[in-house]
Design a protein around this ligand. Structure first.
Ligand SMILES: C=C(OP(=O)(O)O)C(=O)O
Length: 292
């Protein structure tokens, strides 16, 4: 049986309810009021946690991308300026922390560079996520491991060799690995959900989850059926909003359905032990002629 990790007061792993994360990510477009509305929607949908992304724009935007111009809600600005506009600082994270406490919902964030770990440590986070983009940042991996907190490692854009190297640097007892394809939105033929089973075979002692960027809900529910014990999907107020992740996100009503479908799937999967249910007996009496 795969091990479990503890995120806050919840165990996450085989034999436990699927841990459902609403990834707010950058869908707040730099506006704390939108972030709070997304937290409210996620809470009402019944998720286990909301997630943010913490970056130091100067460090995590590749140098050759920093001066690339783009159209944004703040005008025609460089990619670096855009990243700065999107980034929440100390004051906003204090508000997020307070709002999460008011709602009674867990929050944590992915860390895109080393100073972001120092920044988030002040909030005593229940876990860290390492985004696919940072899987090969071994300095960051070592720094996150040194905090001793549970780690969720995402594996998009990575070769199996790179995944193995990353996993070797982390503490297998406090790790959950997520399958993902980092295409926004991701076409069904590139979701490769059977990678969930491949990861489970490769790492029988590490829980495996799924971070989805597809359109719709079905693949995320199927991921649960394939053994994913954590599901992360982006949440948005409106898929038509400005922003690179919005189209691959789920609106509040869809998130409510997603949570419901995942809970039904967990029940429906059962334990694989054949039994005749009490509820089948009337049918048995009515329909079977031999061997009753
Ligand atoms: C981009 C992120 O995750 P993933 O690689 O799972 O999409 C993130 O958590 O910031």
């Amino acid at each position: 049986m795969a091990r479990a990790i503890k995120i806050g007061d919840q165990w996450v792993g085989e034999g436990y309810p699927t841990y459902i994360v609403a990834e707010i990510g950058i869908n707040h477009n730099g506006d704390i009021e939108i972030a709070k509305r997304l937290m409210n929607a996620a809470y009402l949908a019944g998720v286990d946690a909301v997630k943010f992304q913490k970056r130091t724009p100067e460090l995590c935007v590749p140098p050759d991308q920093q001066n690339v111009m783009r159209e944004t809600p703040w005008g025609y600005i460089t990619y670096l300026e855009y990243r700065r506009k999107m980034e929440f600082g100390e004051a906003e994270y204090r508000e997020i922390d307070a709002h999460a406490r008011e709602l009674g919902i867990t929050w944590f964030a992915s860390v895109w560079d080393e100073p972001s770990v120092d920044f988030l440590e002040a909030f005593n986070p229940v876990a860290y996520k390492i985004p696919s983009a940072a899987l090969t940042d071994h300095g960051l991996l070592r720094k996150v491991r040194a905090t001793g907190r549970p780690i969720i490692l995402s594996t998009g854009m990575s070769t199996f060799e790179q995944i193995r190297e990353a996993v070797k640097l982390l503490d297998a007892d406090n790790l959950l690995i997520c399958h993902t394809t980092s295409t926004y939105p991701c076409p069904p033929e590139e979701l490769n959900l059977r990678m969930i089973q491949t990861l489970k075979r490769e790492y029988p002692d590490i829980p495996v989850g799924y971070s989805g960027h597809e359109v719709g809900l079905i693949p995320s529910v199927v991921a649960v059926a394939l053994g994913a014990c954590l599901i992360e999907r982006h949440i948005t107020l409106d898929r038509a909003m400005w922003g690179s992740d919005q189209a691959a996100s789920v609106e509040p009503g869809g998130f409510e359905r997603l949570v419901k479908y995942i809970r039904v799937t967990e029940q429906a999967l059962g334990d694989g032990v054949k039994r005749v249910y009490e509820s089948e007996l009337p049918s048995l009496r009515k329909l079977r002629r031999f061997g009753v």
